[in-house]
Design a protein around this ligand. Structure first.
Ligand code: URA
Length: 278
């Protein structure tokens, strides 16, 4: 299927597809149109982490100079990082499930390791578990996960089949009111070796970073970098192609951006086609 045809499929899967009017005429919404009321839009997003996309108006030339600046890394015991980088899947899962490297361990119901095919060619990286994921122990099982599943369908893929889903942090970050929040820098730092090992074990053909936390953590960029500045480029993580797109939770809040996410997924599919070893 061409990217153009898949675009139609994607917009349909995303709740932006052909809509029957009362007079019976079908109309395909243009990318920037508001979506119709549909089952996706009707899903409450209160349980999802509040992953705010940066304010574009705050972007200035001075800030763009910061893009290349590495995020300061907190020191971790070198032996721990070395140990993690030698672990196999079982050892890694076990280490994550008992991890106490940051305070998120105190409030978690359980860790959310990641899920999918361990030799997947496609790796999708999110931010961290929300309430649903903390409860079920699986990544992306809430409303944003349903949207992610629809994105897979539009790409001709299915969760778990040639895909792996991981998060930057493996425990649910919450605020003082027990609401989901983005992970703090020290929480990301503590957890990154686990994600790095997952990536090394999977060795995917393409990595798709879902949202700001995933993109900036993997690319080690300044925390002020907006996702919008990272889209449309094939980045590299340890030599592997990495595409940045919006987080599904953000897309649920800003459905007009779904067409941009589709453009990102098309870039990812083109990159995959150009990199896949048969
Ligand atoms: N958001 C994420 O980033 N990851 C999940 O697993 C669920 C919601």
């Amino acid at each position: 299927m061409s990217c153009q045809n898949r675009r139609v499929a994607f917009l349909t899967e995303m709740g932006l597809g052909p809509v029957w009017s009362q007079r019976g005429a079908a109309a395909l919404l243009q990318p920037d149109d508001d979506p119709p009321v549909n089952h996706l839009a009707a899903i409450a997003v209160v349980a999802e982490p509040d992953i705010a996309e940066p304010n574009l108006s705050a972007w200035s030339h001075a800030e763009s100079a910061k893009i290349a600046a590495p995020v300061p890394t907190l020191s971790k015991p070198a032996t721990l990082v070395t140990d993690v980088m030698r672990m196999d899947w079982d050892q890694l899962k076990s280490a994550v499930s008992t991890c106490t490297l940051c305070d998120l361990c105190k409030s978690r119901t359980q860790t959310v390791f990641g899920a999918g095919y361990q030799k997947a060619r496609w790796l999708f990286v999110g931010e961290g578990p929300g309430r649903n994921e903390d409860f079920q122990g699986e990544p992306f099982v809430g409303p944003a996960g349903k949207l992610l599943d629809n994105m897979f369908v539009a790409m001709g893929m299915k969760r778990g089949e040639n895909t792996y889903i991981a998060n930057v942090v493996k425990c649910r970050p919450t605020d003082a009111n027990k609401r989901d929040r983005a992970p703090a820098a020290e929480e990301v730092n503590a957890c990154m070796p686990y994600l790095e090992r997952q990536i090394a074990l999977i060795n995917p053909t393409v990595i798709v970073a879902l949202g700001k936390t995933a993109a900036l953590s993997l690319l080690k960029l300044d925390p002020a970098t907006p996702v919008s500045k990272l889209r449309g480029t094939v980045h590299r993580y340890a030599g592997l192609p990495l595409i940045v797109t919006y987080h599904p939770a953000y897309l649920l809040r800003s459905p007009a951006e779904k067409s941009k996410a589709w453009a990102d997924l098309c870039l990812a599919m083109q990159t995959y086609a150009g990199s896949a070893v048969v």
